[in-house]
Design a binder for this molecule. Structure first.
Ligand code: ADP
Ligand code: MG
Length: 297
């Protein structure tokens, strides 16, 4: 393409809310045949809230939220924001703020841990607990399975070596997700949902928006491995993500796309930034690249 055509493309991209980091990006965008999407915050809004809570009799709801909220206050994950909001709603009285957390640890893709009022508190997905040899009480495990079948993200809360509660979170699909996936399929793209969330939840989201393949329950490092696997099989892979945990996968893909309100880390790892928080910018970008480089009219 001529310099004039490239400049025109960058202007058209800007009007579509697509920011290209460099002109070479157009060539990798044109070649993409597989689009991998992160779930939370990318296909969904990531504006999660605690919809259900089930606890063992010794730990009433308010105690669970107080302990979990204290730990999650130090975390940046979408799940953490939901837990903190639920904890604050439980204690609207400003006189009783959430207690301090000590020895806070963020376990990427798993959850968060810390010491609260002398207790060892854990909040996160099942693997965080099973890795520590902790098992889930039957009644809580039953609720967890039921909520996950309904497509909910669930997290467990542990205190001093025992699982004491399970929480179900609601998240909403981005209004643009279904149309974006349909247009990607029309462009001949293979679509994959890649997430650290559990399999039933991921499947429910994928089928609602029409994504063909699901790779669930993966840690941030395994997301990178999955992208590498697809590339090794000859695919030209675009990765769409928003979070801190997505940055390595964005950097590994042939084309990294960071969405709207993404974190700084994701934005700096990406080749293309979707300024509007609208997923139809992904097929828009592919069409724009194909047009500019003369593959379609
Ligand atoms: P995604 O791929 O959907 O963006 P992540 O890889 O960031 O998800 O996280 C995977 C799972 O780990 C989440 O669905 C959640 O169950 C759990 N998790 C991660 N961070 C936290 C946290 N701070 N608190 C509770 N759970 C967490
Ligand atoms: Mg995410």
């Amino acid at each position: 393409a001529t310099p004039t055509a490239l400049m025109a493309a960058s202007g058209r991209g800007a009007r579509l809310g697509i920011f290209l980091k460099g002109y070479q990006t157009l060539e990798s965008t044109r070649q993409v045949d597989t689009v991998v999407l992160d779930k939370t915050g990318t296909v969904t809004t990531g504006g999660m809230s605690v919809a259900e809570l089930s606890h063992v009799p010794e730990f009433p709801r308010s105690r669970v939220l107080r302990l979990a909220g204290a730990v999650e206050l130090a975390s940046e994950h979408a799940v953490a924001a939901a837990v903190v909001a639920a904890a604050r709603a439980e204690f609207p009285d400003e006189q009783t703020p959430l207690p301090e957390v000590e020895d806070f640890t963020n376990e990427p893709g798993l959850g968060a841990t810390g010491r609260v009022e002398g207790h060892e508190v854990l909040v996160g997905r099942a693997k965080l607990f099973t890795d520590r040899g902790m098992s889930v009480p039957d009644e809580l495990d039953r609720r967890r399975a039921e909520w996950e079948r309904q497509g909910r993200t669930t997290v467990l809360v542990g205190c001093d070596g025992a699982v004491v509660a399970v929480l179900a979170l609601s998240d909403t699909l981005k209004p643009s997700a279904e149309a974006a996936v349909r247009r990607l399929s029309e462009l001949g793209m293979r679509t994959v949902l890649l997430t650290g969330d559990n399999e039933p939840t991921a499947r429910a989201v994928a089928s609602e928006v029409g994504i063909e393949e699901v790779v669930a329950g993966v840690l941030p490092g395994e997301k990178v491995a999955e992208i590498e696997r697809l590339r090794a099989s000859g695919r030209s892979v675009a990765m769409v993500g928003d979070g801190v945990n997505d940055a390595p996968a964005l950097a590994t893909a042939d084309l990294g796309l960071a969405v709207g309100a993404g974190t700084d880390v994701a934005i700096s790892a990406a080749d293309l930034i979707l300024v509007r928080d609208d997923l139809t910018a992904v097929p828009d970008a592919i069409r724009l690249a194909r047009r500019t480089l003369g593959t379609i009219k």
